[in-house]
Design a protein around this ligand. Structure first.
Ligand code: HSE
Length: 429
């Protein structure tokens, strides 16, 4: 057992960083045994040095993150500050000055993962980021390592806890979006500005990372189609229930049937109650992976929070420290190909459409003609009539999204269609 400690610089000491420091201290003996050498917290870069941080030696605290990563004696930099800059420059500087990096930064990895992997490889360092997607859930390493010999065809995930909490409340209590959001805010699940979560930006960054790793190809954040969940209504949940479904904000990464392209998207969708993802409640995350040889796998757990995210960071820290001791590096960038990334219009899916129509002869035939003209086959139609107005719920068979959205556009232009009350994709069947 080596007695000289491996030195760790922590960039950021908020909810996650303080938990990383706490676990490094309280589990120091176990970490030493697992790594084969002690790990020592050698510096902590923060924005507000005067804040009291329990368990952290004030002597280690600095506001000069650049000087910390340039020290030369640091073995591993743990970056938990988030955002693009200064995190990106600090990480590349760390590589140049001898350190490997563990990051929890989904936005940065989704945007600049390729360049950061290249910088790490050039300097012979590790870049690990298990905590960037779905908090504590082991997902990046299973995809990068355990499934490295298999062919992943689909990743279907609930990767945002805030929106899952809101949708779960709407489902179980009948609340509207705003009421459920208010509860999520009061309980600390939603941030004061919930845009990144409810508009799907957070999930889209995670989808880009997952698609790139799962399919060994480059998927940029801009390649991910994104729709938020702010328009989901209590009426949508009532429709979903009638179909034996619930509604989830899903990140869906798929390899095309011919294997020649991939797609990545985030949007709300109905999924059958029998699908394992339907039972993911409250702020939990889960990711369903379909691989050629392995079949269907599901990864489930807490996707956010200080201690769960720190668990993933610590797992990476142990792996990177072991690599350092062995004078090796772990797996680098998993992308070795550049498959075309298809547009949303090419995605094959099903629609659930609610229409308000005039209750008079020929309307159903007119509506059905629009579907036929766009090459969209109808699976079921349900009609309810009240006071001369009819409500039609049409569920389609699978068709390209462009054909389905073209159908909806044409339906809106029919005089007999008073309005399109809701459109929701149906997934997971
Ligand atoms: N805001 C995210 C969520 C956690 O609600 O899941 C960090 O990605």
């Amino acid at each position: 057992m080596r007695t000289r400690p491996l030195k760790v610089a922590l960039l950021g000491c908020g909810v996650v960083g303080s938990e990383v420091a706490r676990i490094m201290t309280t589990h120091a003996d176990d970490l030493t045994a697992r790594i084969g050498a002690p790990v020592e917290l050698a510096g902590v870069a923060v924005r507000r040095p005067s804040k009291v941080r329990a368990g952290i030696d004030p002597e280690l605290v600095t506001t000069d993150a650049t000087a910390l990563v340039k020290r030369g004696d640091i073995d591993v930099v743990v970056e938990v500050i988030g955002g693009i800059e200064p995190a990106r420059t600090l990480i590349t500087t760390a590589f140049e000055h001898g350190a490997s990096v563990v990051s929890a930064n989904k936005a940065l990895i989704a945007q600049d993962g390729a360049a950061l992997h290249a910088a790490a490889e050039q300097q012979g360092r590790d870049l690990y980021y298990e905590a960037a997607v779905a908090g504590a859930i082991p997902l990046i390493r299973p995809l990068r390592e355990s499934l490295a010999g298999d062919k992943v065809n689909r990743v279907l995930g609930i990767v945002n806890g805030t929106t899952n909490f809101i949708l779960d409340k709407m489902d179980t209590t009948g609340a509207g979006y705003q009421e459920a959001l208010d509860e999520a805010t009061a309980l600390g699940y939603a941030e004061a500005d919930p845009t990144a979560d409810v508009e799907g930006f957070d999930a889209a960054a995670k989808a880009a990372i997952l698609a790139g790793i799962a399919f060994h190809t480059r998927v940029r954040l801009d390649d991910v189609y994104r729709e938020g969940m702010t328009e989901v209504t209590a009426a949508d949940f009532a429709s979903a229930k009638r179909m034996g479904c619930t509604i989830k904000l899903l990140a869906i990464c798929e390899r095309a049937a011919d294997g020649g392209s991939v797609t990545a998207r985030v949007h709300p969708a109905m999924i059958p109650l029998s699908h394992p993802l339907a039972s993911v409640r409250e702020a939990y995350n889960a990711v369903f992976v379909e691989a050629e040889a392995a079949g269907q796998l599901m990864f489930y757990g807490p996707g956010a929070g200080g201690a769960p995210t720190a668990s993933a960071v610590l797992g990476d820290l142990v792996a990177v420290c072991r690599n350092k001791l062995g004078e090796a590096t772990g797996p680098g960038d998993s992308a070795y190909t550049q498959l075309p990334v298809g547009s949303m219009g090419e995605v094959v899916t099903r629609y659930h459409i609610s229409l308000d129509v005039a209750d008079k002869p020929g309307v159903l035939a007119q509506v059905a003609t629009v579907f036929a003209e766009h090459g969209v086959s109808i699976d079921t139609v349900r009609q309810t009539v009240k006071d001369g107005e009819a409500s039609l719920v049409v569920v389609t068979h699978r068709a390209p999204d462009a054909a389905l959205s073209g159908t909806v556009e044409a339906l809106r232009n029919l005089d007999t269609v008073r309005g399109v009350a809701s459109i929701m994709r149906v997934e997971g069947e």
